[in-house]
Design a binder for this molecule. Structure first.
Ligand SMILES: [Zn+2]
Length: 313
């Protein structure tokens, strides 16, 4: 059986590498206190086995998983939600009210992903996306709280990457699970001196102004750590955070100057990644064949073009 590690971040927080699209791409977090555990984000169906094994090693039975928190319904976060809900029969699936209907009927979600990634890739990455029964879903309001042992999990409405995005603040650990709302940093962007990060502005609901407001709000909580889905713990302050705000400004400038032209946006982002590569000391951001500079750049460019088209035309 393939060997993988569960990272113990202490304070009851664990990270399972979902294995989605390789290693170090999509994290699934577990918060555990006593017997009880909750899961944050689900990657795809194939990730379930890794999570059940991790929970087993931690001594949590499937029936003791109380919640499956979803930051948003993009398939690299929620593609496994239906399978996870079936495996953990007592878990409430917590998702933004704008995302709930897409879990109940994933057809539109799959079609949307096919438009972005192509049908072939969607099949390879996600297999058959399993719906979640409506009765299992809870859609919180901003500020609503859930409890896992002594951990209080506060839901934060954090639009920007998507309108239906939630972040989850674990006040006991003073950690925020940021999904895609506060940058991403694949494992290859981790260097001994620290990590570098880029924004995730994928289609179709990216809004840079909302993203900035959400980031400021998360920062205002003064969390000890951020846990983005892509990937693993990051500090909530310092050069990396400054860089994300700077990148956000440049994204808006690129969109304005290119007047939404996708080729020009691509070019602008390529230059930005090169600049950030030098500034952040991270060669992966400039490598012409790396997955950051290929897949992420393409997704970010098209999300930015779509935003420009919606707001400026
Ligand atoms: Zn996303």
């Amino acid at each position: 059986m393939e060997k993988f590690e569960t990272t113990d971040y202490k304070n009851g927080i664990y990270c399972v590498d979902s294995g989605y699209d390789g290693s170090g791409v999509a994290a699934i977090y577990i918060i555990k206190d006593g017997k009880e555990a909750t899961i944050i984000d689900t990657a795809n169906n194939e990730s379930l086995e890794r999570v059940t094994r991790a929970l087993d090693e931690l001594g949590t039975a499937p029936g003791d998983v109380s919640h499956i928190f979803l930051t948003h319904v993009h398939l690299d976060h929620a593609g496994g939600a239906g399978s996870f809900a079936a495996e953990f029969p007592n878990a409430r699936v917590v998702v933004h009210e704008r995302g709930a209907r897409h879990l109940i009927d994933p057809g539109k979600l799959v079609a949307g992903a096919e438009e972005v990634y192509g049908a072939e890739a969607v099949k390879r990455l996600y297999g058959k996306v399993v719906p979640v029964e409506a009765g299992r879903i809870t859609s919180p309001r901003d500020g609503d709280e859930f409890f896992v042992g002594k951990h209080t999990i506060v839901c934060l409405d954090t639009p920007g990457h998507a309108r239906h995005h939630l972040a989850f603040h674990d006040t006991a650990a003073n950690a925020v699970f940021t999904g895609d709302s506060f940058g991403m940093s694949y494992m290859e962007l981790v260097r001994p001196e620290g990590r570098c990060a880029i924004l995730t502005t994928s289609p179709v609901q990216f809004d840079p102004y909302a993203m900035r407001a959400s980031m400021r709000r998360i920062e205002s909580l003064k969390p000890d750590a951020l846990y983005p889905t892509h990937f693993g713990r990051m500090l909530a302050k310092g050069a990396m955070v400054d860089s994300l705000y700077r990148q956000l400004d440049i994204y808006v400038k690129i969109a304005d100057e290119s007047k939404g032209d996708l080729d020009l946006i691509r070019e602008g982002l390529r230059d930005l990644f090169k600049e950030e590569s030098a500034r952040q000391g991270c060669p992966c951001l400039a490598s012409p064949t790396g997955r950051v500079t290929t897949l992420a750049l393409e997704l970010n460019a098209s999300g930015l073009a779509i935003w420009y088209g919606k707001t400026k035309k």
